[in-house]
Design a protein around this ligand. Structure first.
Ligand SMILES: NC(=O)C1=CN([C@@H]2O[C@H](COP(=O)(O)OP(=O)(O)OC[C@H]3O[C@@H](n4cnc5c(N)ncnc54)[C@H](OP(=O)(O)O)[C@@H]3O)[C@@H](O)[C@H]2O)[C@@H](O)CC1
Ligand SMILES: [K+]
Length: 504
């Protein structure tokens, strides 16, 4: 799914109207109807409670006016406030005229709303038309919304949050409990910096012209179920274990052998034909007992990988989980990386990344198309610190371009940065995944997909999606608090099945 900027969205709007032979008024009617239907589905109790709608002077406000009319037709009596302005958008003006005369209340920047103590507040002040941060004279209005004791839902965007671009700290922005955003998420809805303003979001399809969206020159994407389902390669009837590759995982150290157990199990559950785990001597019996499906190779060192004297002719190699950063391991890793054939398919995580950060000269030895999967702290060791998310993205793009590698930045809406500058945000996952070992499971999944012949980009996209989806399915049974990394592995199979059945 593409993520478009406001200018691209406007172009798609125009093409949609031309190709579907509808007016902008019809598109607004469609959008407002679809959003209201979803809001009611999510908050059935709202129909018995006070509903407040705040409308701006543009088309976002127009959506609010349509919703007000639809609610009146349902017998509800929403309290509807319209921004005082000398000029309104055409469809906003037209929809004002479709409400009973005298029904609308007008507000100014100094209005004291005296909101009810409960119920639902629908924020339709600004949508994708917001060009820059709101000035401080909007602060009193936004503060009243944020102090509202009921639930706040925003249409398209939390008002005050532009679709794209960094906003200065302290800008007045609505803190929405849920954002109902049209057709696709906007960039600032999936960036961690702004997560506080959009605690969750739902995508409301309004049938914008798909061809027009595909023709747009966007390089930002959201990995949804439909696009991910097409990536999955079916397993053919006459395939055998050799068909699905032989993965090698290297890692583990005394006290951190569990990371290798988790990664190994996840790799096998993801479908590689064979798996070899290379661990320090102390890990051999642990791996053999806990993952009998895996073959195990032992390093010469008892407690940490040191010699790395393993064959490299595997379909894919995942390195780093639980490895530790002992001097021996760093030296061994360095020699291993320098000696790898250029065509090796590599996944690097955890201490392999920390080692790369400490010895940046090693970066030049990364095989092209390697996947690096840092969490934000590991990323900052690789890239240095950043001021805000856009700064981080610029640095990450430059890194990926320079070394021709993929960065999979873990977090809510994990982000894959590609060597060509494309950004792919992941749709699956939940806060239950903030638990030790979840990243090791991802390394297993990624290495397994690479071993099965998935190209790096597809492996990274499908891997992060399946990882999050498995956790989402596990949480349905177990709850977020109780989710542990092994559960994610145990649900990988169901995640693949759900992907094939479509939709989540
Ligand atoms: N295809 C879709 O997705 C569909 C989208 N639809 C809806 O349309 C919405 C977009 O509507 P929109 O273009 O009219 O813009 P909107 O967000 O209402 O705000 C515009 C107003 O804000 C003002 N303004 C701007 N920046 C400002 C600032 N910093 N500080 C103060 N003011 C500022 C600006 O004033 P100006 O600067 O021009 O004087 C203008 O008056 C979209 O989000 C969705 O809800 C559906 O109806 C149909 C299908
Ligand atoms: K809004």
């Amino acid at each position: 799914m593409h993520i478009l900027n406001p200018q691209q969205l406007q172009e798609v709007d125009v093409l949609t109207m031309q190709r579907q032979q509808i007016r902008s008024w019809d598109l607004m009617e469609r959008a407002a109807k679809a959003a209201l239907k979803q809001i009611i589905a999510d908050h059935p109790a709202m129909l018995g409670e006070p509903i407040t709608i705040l409308c701006g002077k543009g088309n976002n406000g127009g959506d609010g006016l349509v919703m007000a009319r639809l609610l009146l037709e349902m017998g509800q009596k929403p309290s509807v406030w319209l921004q005082h302005a000398s000029q309104y958008s055409v469809d906003n003006q037209e929809n004002q005229g479709l409400l009973p005369i005298g029904y609308l209340k007008t507000f100014h920047l100094h209005t004291n709303f005296e909101f009810p103590k409960q119920g639902l507040l629908i924020d339709c002040l600004f949508g994708y038309g917001l060009s820059k941060a709101l000035t401080s004279d909007w602060q009193p209005i936004i503060e009243q919304i944020n102090a509202f004791e009921g639930r706040v839902v925003s249409i398209d965007m939390p008002s005050g949050l532009a679709c794209e671009g960094h906003l200065p700290a302290g800008s007045p922005i609505v803190e929405a409990d849920c954002v109902y955003t049209f057709q696709m998420p906007k960039l600032n809805l999936v960036l961690p910096d702004y997560g506080y303003y959009a605690k969750s979001f739902k995508i409301i399809s309004i049938d914008l012209d798909e061809a027009a969206i595909a023709e747009s020159s966007s390089s930002s994407f959201y990995s949804d179920a439909d696009s991910m389902a097409t990536l999955r390669k079916p397993r053919l009837k006459y395939s055998h274990k050799g068909t699905f590759g032989h993965a090698l995982l290297l890692g583990g150290s005394y006290g951190k052998m569990g990371a290798m157990v988790l990664a190994s199990k996840a790799a096998i559950r993801t479908g590689c034909g064979l798996l070899t785990a290379a661990v320090p001597i102390a890990g051999v019996s642990i791996l053999q007992c806990t993952v009998p499906e895996a073959m195990v190779l032992a390093d010469t060192n008892e407690q940490a990988l040191q010699d790395f004297n393993f064959p490299t002719a595997y379909s894919a190699i995942g390195i780093g989980v639980g490895m530790g950063t002992s001097v021996e391991s760093q030296q061994g890793f360095s020699i291993f990386l320098r000696s790898l054939p250029a065509e090796s398919k590599l996944v690097l995580d955890a201490d392999a990344l920390n080692c790369l950060a400490k010895h940046s000269q090693l970066l030049a030895h990364l095989p092209k198309e390697s996947i690096l999967s840092p969490h934000p702290k590991e990323l900052s060791r690789l890239l240095g610190t950043w001021q805000h998310d856009y700064d981080k993205i610029t640095k990450a793009k430059a890194f990926c371009q320079q070394y021709e590698v993929y960065l999979l930045i873990k977090g809510a809406n994990s982000l894959l940065v590609c060597p060509d500058g494309e950004l792919h945000f992941n749709a699956t996952g939940n806060p239950g995944m903030a638990t030790g070992g979840a990243g090791d499971v991802l390394t297993g999944i990624l290495t397994s997909l690479r071993a099965q012949g998935y190209p790096a980009k597809e492996a990274a996209l499908l891997g992060m999606y399946i990882h999050g989806l498995a956790a989402d399915l596990a949480v349905e049974e177990l709850g977020e608090e109780s989710l542990i990394a092994s559960d994610i592995s145990n649900y990988i199979g169901k995640a693949f099945m759900r992907l094939t059945q479509g939709g989540f």
